[in-house]
Design a protein around this ligand. Structure first.
Ligand SMILES: Cc1cc2nc3c(=O)[nH]c(=O)nc-3n(C[C@H](O)[C@H](O)[C@H](O)COP(=O)(O)OP(=O)(O)OC[C@H]3O[C@@H](n4cnc5c(N)ncnc54)[C@H](O)[C@@H]3O)c2cc1C
Length: 459
């Protein structure tokens, strides 16, 4: 008998799951219906800041697989159709299409891949024209339309996380005066403050006015009703365009109403196979779930495309009759603002403390290539290693070309549970155009190993 798979959410996690299931099961064995309330499917939100900044084409270039391509593979993709209710008791979902028509669709297997919802605090003026979120391709088009208006000179970016700093770059590339406002003392709070300070210095070096340690109170509008300034605790910052990058939270309202289990961060809880806990045929992945942090042992909500795609593949394999599991994450993320690369993996200091882990730190400066080789660029590397055991706990890097992807050494070392002493012996590639003879990450590992030894000797 033909089973029916229903997917809610037609982007990274949802369509990866649908595609993988289709690869393994033919249409007469598995019918697949995917609901997407937006107008695009399988798009790269990650590319939006670069499209807005002009580094890449868009929006079509950001679509990995079009609706027509999915449909050609016998996936019944229904764009502009929102799922409004999940009824796990009777195994069905209620949907509403663009014409307002409502209907129930039964499922044998359900994938919830509703992603995350951007934080948009209920501040006066926050919904005024000229205030933009950056999550969908439609948002990207709206920002570009805003930038095309006459007399747009000043942009205020609210939020100094990775989307905020990437959007600051995009605004700079349009020649705007850019102010970045963050309530924390330093931007990029996924890093420790000392490393965040380097990002701030870099932003300021690029001409961004960084306003930190203060909260936004309102978006002030002009006579035309459009955003004209952003008011913080103690100042007003003129703005012809406002971009919000205030983070996201899991979009799990429907799941909660259906009585499905949520964790402390509001994300759905799944087992290793990405099956929602306590269910037999409901799966979930991507930005709407919580994941296990392998270093801290804690559940976390980390909204990244890299996880969403893996989750979708795993769900599709399992629904397709195979077997796959998601091991958890170590917390790796990379970003950049202009030529400044930013990377982190593992735990930062506050996370290590929250996990009850004691640690030593090492911070070093080195170069991306041999010092004598042209264009060798400085980078700062910070390592956290556990006291006594010397186990790597975290790695952060801020530098220029060649800095960010070095963090992958740390990701592998964390996954393998390596100590900093073991890292020193890693057989990494070396030639002058690519690194100094001692790679900066290994220099940091050496310093961290010394710190572990000194700490142990001190008792
Ligand atoms: C500007 C930006 C830059 C980013 N850069 C990076 C990066 O560099 N690296 C990285 O790893 N990640 C990055 N990300 C994060 C990455 O895009 C997300 O983690 C990824 O898209 C999550 O995939 P998902 O399928 O879980 O959710 P989403 O991509 O959010 O897809 C969920 C889909 O579900 C639909 N939906 C929700 N509710 C319903 C409903 N009730 N009915 C029907 N449809 C519904 C939504 O319309 C949406 O299309 C970035 C995100 C943004 C916004």
């Amino acid at each position: 008998m033909t089973e029916r798979l229903v997917v809610i959410g037609g982007d990274a996690a949802g369509m990866s799951a649908a595609s993988q299931a289709r690869r393994r099961r033919a249409a007469d064995d598995l019918e697949i219906v995917a609901f997407e309330r937006g107008h695009h499917t399988s798009y790269s939100a990650c590319g939006i800041p670069y499209w807005i900044g002009g580094a890449t084409q868009g929006p079509d270039a950001l679509v990995a697989r079009t609706a027509a391509e999915h449909r050609a593979r016998a996936i019944d993709l229904r764009l502009g159709t929102e799922v409004t209710q999940i009824d796990p008791e009777r195994g069905r979902v209620r949907s509403r299409d663009a014409a307002g028509t409502e209907q129930w669709t039964g499922y044998d297997q359900l994938v919830i891949a509703t992603g995350a919802v951007p934080v948009r605090p209920p501040l006066p003026g926050i919904d005024a024209p000229g205030v933009h979120g950056v999550q969908t391709l439609d948002d990207g088009e709206a920002v570009l339309r805003g930038l095309g208006r006459e007399g747009v000179r000043r942009a205020v970016v609210v939020g100094g996380g990775y989307i905020g700093v990437e959007m600051a770059e995009a605004m700079l590339r349009h020649g705007l005066d850019v102010t970045l406002i963050d309530r924390n003392e330093q931007p990029m709070t996924t890093l420790d403050p000392d490393m965040g300070r380097l990002v701030r210095d870099a932003l300021e070096g690029l001409g961004v006015r960084v306003v930190s340690g203060t909260s936004v109170r309102a978006v002030l509008t002009g006579d035309d009703g459009r955003a004209g300034a952003v008011a913080t605790d103690d100042a007003e910052h003129p703005a012809d365009l406002v971009v919000l990058g205030l983070g996201v939270r899991p979009q799990t309202g429907l799941a909660a109403e259906a009585g499905l289990p949520l964790g402390a961060h509001g994300g759905l809880l799944t087992d290793r196979a990405m099956r929602v806990l306590g269910t037999g045929n409901v799966w979930s992945g991507g930005d709407c779930v919580e994941v296990l942090n392998l270093v801290s042992g804690a559940m976390q909500h980390i909204a990244l495309g890299t996880h969403a795609n893996k989750h979708g593949r795993i769900i599709g394999i399992n629904i397709g009759g195979g077997y796959a599991t998601f091991p958890g994450v170590v917390g790796t993320a990379v970003s950049k603002v202009c030529d400044v690369e930013i990377a982190r993996t593992g735990l930062k200091e506050s996370q290590a403390r929250a996990a009850g882990l004691q640690y030593v730190t090492a911070v070093i400066e080195s170069t991306s290539r041999a010092g004598y080789y042209p264009d060798a660029a400085l980078m700062t590397v910070k390592i956290l290693a556990e006291r006594r055991t010397g186990r790597l706990l975290g790695l952060q890097i801020v530098g220029r070309e060649g800095a960010a992807k070095r963090v992958d050494i740390g990701a592998v070392a964390l996954t393998a549970g390596m100590t900093v002493e073991q890292m020193i012996g890693l057989d990494l590639g070396y030639a002058p155009p690519f690194s100094p003879v001692w790679d900066p990450v290994l220099v940091a590992a050496r310093k961290a190993a010394d710190a572990v030894a000194a700490d142990s000797a001190a008792g």
